[in-house]
Design a protein around this ligand. Structure first.
Ligand code: SF4
Length: 329
């Protein structure tokens, strides 16, 4: 059974007909309303980190923010059919703002869901120096959620294998991925939920374009290499600034993310700054890029694996608009 998480997030059934998209079940009216809130969240007057608007827990602004995040997570789950009846979802928790928010919102939505699914939180303690081992277990115990802490000293392996000064992230991520998949299997989870959000996806699109020569981003849902699990990203529609505000309002016990001593991915940082500059100059641009990622026209690109250019001919009805003299806006 597929959940209409939009209904769950709204607390009522969808109002209007469906929007076309990948497995979409979201009503047009709701979607536009919600996405216009996302646009609003991008506007500096509303979204600036030092915004005068208060986000204390239980304030009206905070409740609105919480409602918006719940809507967007519900929409992403529905649009991509991320969670179904009987699923067992392992939520990967790093101790950062994104994964805390993901777990919190999923727990809220589960309470309203007309279906049954299991949530188990998982943290991988990589034995990074200074990692506060008590923080996550204490937090998870206080929630009463099922959880598992996996301790694996990937930190030492990475330090041994990678020469000083070289980037450690690719080996570290590979090790981590293998452990996460194994633990998901041991815990009996068929879905693995990660805390990547809209802005991670946009940044990845540009990273792949600029450095990989590929037009690809980060999928909201994918099957793992061996086909054993499905990875889902329920925060796909959520804006990073909203998540940061939510995490502050909720006072999640955040764990610093620089314990491994690795330099922040410089190229990702550069892309982040590029996008932030665009956003300041042209408010709403990030959301437009994100919308574009959901409206791809293969016949107007140059990848013959995606569109059969070889076999088009006179009389062929191409459905993607003006063909020869198509212009930029
Ligand atoms: S930043 Fe540190 S913990 Fe994260 S992937 Fe890179 S090496 Fe691993």
């Amino acid at each position: 059974m597929k959940i209409d998480m939009n209904e769950i997030a709204n607390g009522k059934p969808s109002e209007v007909g469906e929007v076309h998209g990948v497995g979409n079940t979201v009503s047009g009216t709701n979607r536009e309303k919600i996405l216009s809130n996302v646009e609003l969240a991008n506007k500096p007057s509303f979204a600036g980190v030092d915004s005068p608007i208060q986000f204390e827990r239980h304030s009206t602004n905070f409740n609105r923010l919480k409602g918006r995040l719940e809507h967007l997570v519900g929409m992403a789950i529905a649009d991509f059919n991320m969670i179904e009846d009987g699923d067992s979802v392992m939520v990967c928790l790093s101790g950062g703002k994104d994964s805390y928010t993901l777990l919190d919102i999923l727990l809220t939505l589960r309470k309203r869901a007309p279906i049954d699914f299991r949530i188990v939180a998982m943290n991988l303690d990589q034995r990074q120096p200074g990692f506060p081992v008590e923080v996550l277990p204490n937090y998870l115990k206080s929630l009463g959620v099922e959880y598992h802490i996996e301790t694996q000293d990937t930190y030492s392996i990475v330090k041994q294998k990678i020469p000083e000064g070289k980037t450690t992230c690719s080996l570290c991520s590979r090790l981590r991925r293998g452990i996460i998949y194994r633990v998901a299997k041991e815990l009996g989870a068929n879905k693995i939920a990660l805390g990547h959000h809209r802005d991670d996806m946009i940044e990845t699109l540009f990273l792949n374009m600029f450095f990989g020569g590929k037009l690809k981003a980060m999928p909201p849902k994918l099957v793992t290499d061996k086909g054993d699990h499905i990875v889902i990203r329920p925060l796909a529609y959520c804006v990073e600034k909203d998540i940061a505000r939510y995490a502050r309002g909720m006072e999640f016990p955040l764990i610093p993310c620089n314990l491994c001593g690795s330099q922040e991915n410089l190229q990702r940082q550069n892309i982040k700054e590029m996008l932030a500059t665009w956003e300041r100059e042209y408010p709403g641009r990030s959301q437009t890029i994100f919308t574009a990622m959901q409206n791809i026209v293969p016949s107007h690109l140059l990848d013959s694996k995606q569109f059969d250019f070889m076999n088009i001919g006179v009389g062929h009805n191409q459905t993607d608009g003006d063909l020869v003299f198509d212009q930029a806006l």
